[in-house]
Design a protein around this ligand. Structure first.
Ligand SMILES: [Zn+2]
Length: 401
């Protein structure tokens, strides 16, 4: 766990660090902390010293918790977190102690921080589920636990916890619940408890998955979601019946298709995922993303690459009807007729899918923020990938051949 430091950061600091390690190894955590703090005073930027001091504080907290001194343990960990702020381990430990103390909100805050630093950290997700459960937010808790159990099905105790929560939920069916951790759901009266609950769980899962893919982008809740019964979506939004859902500051989705049949779960999830990507894009760069990047990203994260209709794109290219990316920048595109709009979406999807699979989510996220900073997606593309609009479009279409 502890590191002997190497490098040019001062003889004295190195000596204190060495003494700290000896004390730590002997289980004298108080002494170890004293030495590491002396080393830390002399070399504040040294990562090794910071991590060692953090580890010693965590060990001390662990000792205190064993003696039921959770307040002392929490104090030790708050120091640990401030010394080594990019380390998720003390945050999870701290979250679990806050939870133990019934300080649910503090627990949630610290555990969410841990996940922001290290998305997919299973222990953090499991404890976060417990904190949501404690906060009587069962759909959000289930979203966390389902994710953990899918990744690691061997967590027996968690499975029992999860099943117990399910049972309780089925008894508490007449409790009004329009809200989860990040979403506030407004729903028509014909939407029953199970549909509401499973939609909120679905939304929380989408939140987790999309935010993880767009590393570190966690828009704060509550995000408003409005679900409409048959016919009411078109009435409320005045949108054509081929528009699946919309984000206009609120996510609005119909629950049924144009014929009045209830949407399949996968289709509802796809639509909500698409719209939620717009929420995250707005959170990251307000309205500074060009249309093709915003819609292309929403399609890429809500559909499979195999959904791209390559034939449609090939025919458009042959007939000279393909768009240039400059034509796909503006926000007036939603006024296009159905077929032209479909081509615009498909081409945007293919373009972002190409960038995503070739360069990875990290670089695409960079593309978003650089576009916002420079005001030009093309400039950002050139700087990040050495691709101008023409070259990018050529490469996307070449790949279809
Ligand atoms: Zn969209």
């Amino acid at each position: 766990m502890l590191c002997l430091a190497i490098g040019a950061w001062g003889q004295q600091a190195a000596e204190y660090n060495k003494l700290g390690i000896d004390a730590y190894d002997a289980g004298r955590y108080g002494d170890a902390i004293d030495y590491f703090e002396k080393a830390y005073e002399k070399a504040r930027d040294n990562e090794t010293v910071r991590r060692n001091l953090c580890n010693a504080r965590q060990a001390q907290a662990n000792e205190l918790a064993k003696k039921d001194d959770f307040d002392g343990a929490i104090r030790a960990l708050e120091v640990a977190v401030s010394v080594d702020p990019n380390n998720p381990a003390p945050l999870v430990q701290l979250g679990s102690y806050y939870l133990h103390q019934g300080l649910t909100r503090d627990a949630i805050l610290r555990l969410e921080e841990a996940i922001e630093i290290k998305p997919g950290y299973l222990d953090a997700h499991e404890f976060l589920g417990r904190a949501y459960y404690a906060d009587n937010d069962l759909p959000s808790a289930r979203a966390q636990w389902e994710y953990v159990l899918e990744t690691d099905p061997s967590r027996k105790e968690l499975r029992e916890r999860y099943e117990k929560a399910l049972r309780e939920e089925s008894v508490e069916y007449d409790f009004k619940r329009g809200q989860s951790r990040h979403f506030r759901l407004t729903y028509p009266k014909e939407m029953n408890y199970q549909m509401r609950s499973s939609m909120l769980t679905m939304l929380e899962r989408i939140y987790m998955d999309v935010c993880r893919k767009l590393q570190g982008a966690y828009p704060p809740g509550p995000i408003e979601v409005i679900a409409y019964g048959a016919g009411d979506f078109a009435k409320a939004t005045q949108l054509k019946d081929y528009v699946g859902a919309v984000y206009d500051g609120k996510i609005r989705t119909p629950l049924s298709d144009a014929d009045g049949a209830l949407l399949e779960k996968d289709e509802l999830r796809r639509r909500l995922t698409h719209e939620f990507v717009h929420v995250v894009v707005r959170y990251l760069v307000q309205d500074k993303a060009p249309w093709w990047l915003n819609e292309g990203l929403a399609e890429t994260l809500s559909r499979a690459p195999g959904d791209i209709d390559a034939g449609l794109l090939r025919r458009a290219a042959e007939q000279g009807k393909a768009f240039t990316l400059s034509q796909l920048e503006g926000g007036q595109l939603n006024k296009l007729d159905r077929d032209t709009l479909r081509l615009a979406y498909t081409q945007s999807h293919a373009t972002v899918q190409y960038l995503w699979s070739r360069y990875g989510h990290h670089r695409v996220r960079q593309l978003l923020t650089e576009t916002a900073a420079t005001g030009s997606a093309e400039q950002a593309l050139v700087r990040l990938f050495r691709l101008d609009y023409d070259k990018l479009t050529r490469q996307v279409f070449d790949r279809l051949k």
